[in-house]
Design a protein around this ligand. Structure first.
Ligand code: HEM
Length: 137
């Protein structure tokens, strides 16, 4: 890196404002994605005004220890997967898109930690959610 580098410094994901920005940016991409949009837009018909703050609260709790998240991802995913089973390639796409979104806008210890957590959670979810196809990463 030189002082002539025109790339702006990417912030870390160490506060709720940046986490909200990440979540908004990520789900904007999910809505355009050929493998994921059918679940979120078609099958679940997600209420984004409700989902986005909920997911931001999820990451704020996990990564920053801020209370507030109320939800049961495994049950929510199980309900969806019982209708149309989640496939391994959908978990892989979810994680790839999440990592790309973070790398494009954020960098630092929290950014790395959130990326690692996403991989672990996706693997565990793919094994715990009934009828989901296991994704090994
Ligand atoms: C195949 C990959 C995935 C798909 C298709 C998927 C899809 C969904 C959908 C459609 C919802 C319901 C949203 C709503 O109605 O408000 C949901 C909820 C949720 N998802 Fe996922 N998801 C995936 C992977 C993940 C991963 C890897 C994580 C975490 C790292 C995650 C975290 C959550 C959380 C926290 C909720 C809210 C649970 C609740 O409200 O009880 N999801 N997901």
């Amino acid at each position: 890196m030189t002082t002539h580098d025109s790339q702006p410094v990417r912030p870390d994901l160490g506060d709720p404002e940046q986490i909200s920005l990440l979540v908004d940016t990520f789900y904007a991409r999910v809505r355009q994605d050929d493998l994921l949009a059918p679940v979120f837009v078609g099958q679940a018909n997600v209420d984004w005004d409700e989902h986005l703050p909920k997911i931001a609260a999820f990451w704020c709790k996990l990564e920053l220890g801020i209370p507030g998240f109320r939800g049961a991802p495994t049950q929510t995913h199980a309900r969806l997967s019982s209708v149309e089973p989640f496939r391994a390639e959908q978990f892989g796409r979810w994680v790839a898109l999440f990592h790309d979104t973070i790398d494009a806008g954020w960098a630092g210890p929290h950014a790395e930690s959130i990326k690692d957590r996403a991989v672990m959670i996706a693997k565990v979810q793919s094994q715990m959610v009934p009828r989901a196809e296991p994704w090994m990463g």
